[in-house]
Write a protein of this length. Structure first.
Length: 195
């Protein structure tokens, strides 16, 4: 008998269903829509959508925030708010970059909305969802991905941004959703969905 014995084999985890509002389907190759849109720009900062990848169930949005020159330490850290926690009081912190979308049916989803733990309940959420994905950055450049569920309906799709600390007032840009919807129809399903 050895001093170091291998541990017992663990029980396999219970399979769980990937809900379409949790993120991009893992069995698909989405289609880039080629959408590239500067949402807001001042003399010092810019916020842009650099790509939208369409899947059969939703969209992966790639955003960037850029600063022209150096900033005060901590003032440009994680501008998309992935680590922001709501605090008591009605006000949002001015240094928080706010981003959202509005679908043609009036549904809205923002970076201040749903949290994955609140979406685990049975049944589809009652409206559009915008969830944070991965991101990275530093030294005046931050990029982040977001998952928008569902695929927007035909009509205008609005991208809305506001960043008070950086002098960006509420700004809205509309695009036609039809090219995005068409791209979602061309998303390649590689194999049947599974747990």
């Amino acid at each position: 008998m050895s001093f170091f014995e291998p541990p017992p084999t663990p029980e396999p985890p219970e399979p769980h269903e990937q809900k379409p509002w949790f993120g991009a389907p893992r069995n698909e190759l989405g289609v880039s829509t080629g959408l590239r849109l500067v949402l807001a720009r001042t003399g010092e900062v810019a916020v842009a959508v650099v790509d939208v990848v369409a899947f059969t169930t939703g969209l992966s949005l790639e955003l960037v925030a850029l600063r022209r020159g150096p900033s005060e330490p901590g003032s440009f850290d994680h501008p998309f708010g992935h680590f922001w926690q709501p605090a008591a009081g009605p006000e949002l912190p001015p240094k928080l970059l706010r981003f959202g979308v509005e679908l043609s049916d009036g549904a809205r989803a923002t970076t201040l909305g749903a949290h994955p733990t609140t979406l685990a309940a049975e049944g589809a959420p009652p409206g559009a969802i915008l969830l944070p994905g991965g991101g990275s950055g530093g030294e005046g450049y931050w990029e982040s991905s977001f998952w928008l569920w569902p695929v927007p309906p035909p009509g205008p799709l609005a991208f809305v941004v506001e960043w008070p600390a950086e002098g960006i007032e509420l700004t809205r840009h509309e695009v036609d959703a039809e090219p995005i919807i068409e791209a979602s129809r061309r998303s390649e399903v590689l194999w049947p969905a599974g747990p």
